[in-house]
Design a binder for this molecule. Structure first.
Ligand code: SF4
Ligand code: SF4
Length: 119
């Protein structure tokens, strides 16, 4: 059975939260995130450009239309918060922050199917 990742037709979290991370995840600090795609938050934290504030929040690396078809244009180089954020229902685990981001963009929460532990 092929499971389609719901994120490819969503993208809401990339245009709702400030996507911040330890500054050294950027190329300047030896990490992967291209420096020109980041903004400085404070001496320790950077964030993805475009997510500095809630107003008009949208990561510069998000392409496509939210709720239709989207892609991260730097997927292999994305920072840790993007790697750690799972869609609600992944492995049967509810992620209320996924619901929150989707609701902000007028999208219904994803169903969560609880997986019964093996007997
Ligand atoms: S809000 Fe949830 S479903 Fe949408 S892209 Fe983010 S993790 Fe995926
Ligand atoms: S870097 Fe990619 S996954 Fe992370 S917020 Fe931006 S578009 Fe989304």
């Amino acid at each position: 059975m092929t499971v389609v990742n719901p994120c490819v037709s969503c993208g809401a979290c990339c245009a709702y939260f400030r996507v911040s991370f330890y500054w050294a995840e950027s190329e300047l600090g030896g990490g992967t995130v291209p420096d020109e795609l980041t903004s400085q938050v404070n001496p320790y934290l950077s964030c993805m450009k475009g997510t500095e504030s809630r107003n008009g929040c949208r990561c510069v690396s998000l392409s496509g239309d939210i709720g239709q078809a989207v892609a991260c244009t730097m997927y292999e180089k994305r920072p840790s918060p993007c790697r750690e954020f799972e869609y609600s229902g992944y492995l049967g685990i509810h992620n209320p922050d996924c619901d929150k981001a989707r609701a902000h963009h007028g999208l219904a929460p994803l169903p969560v199917i609880h997986i019964a532990p093996a007997a």
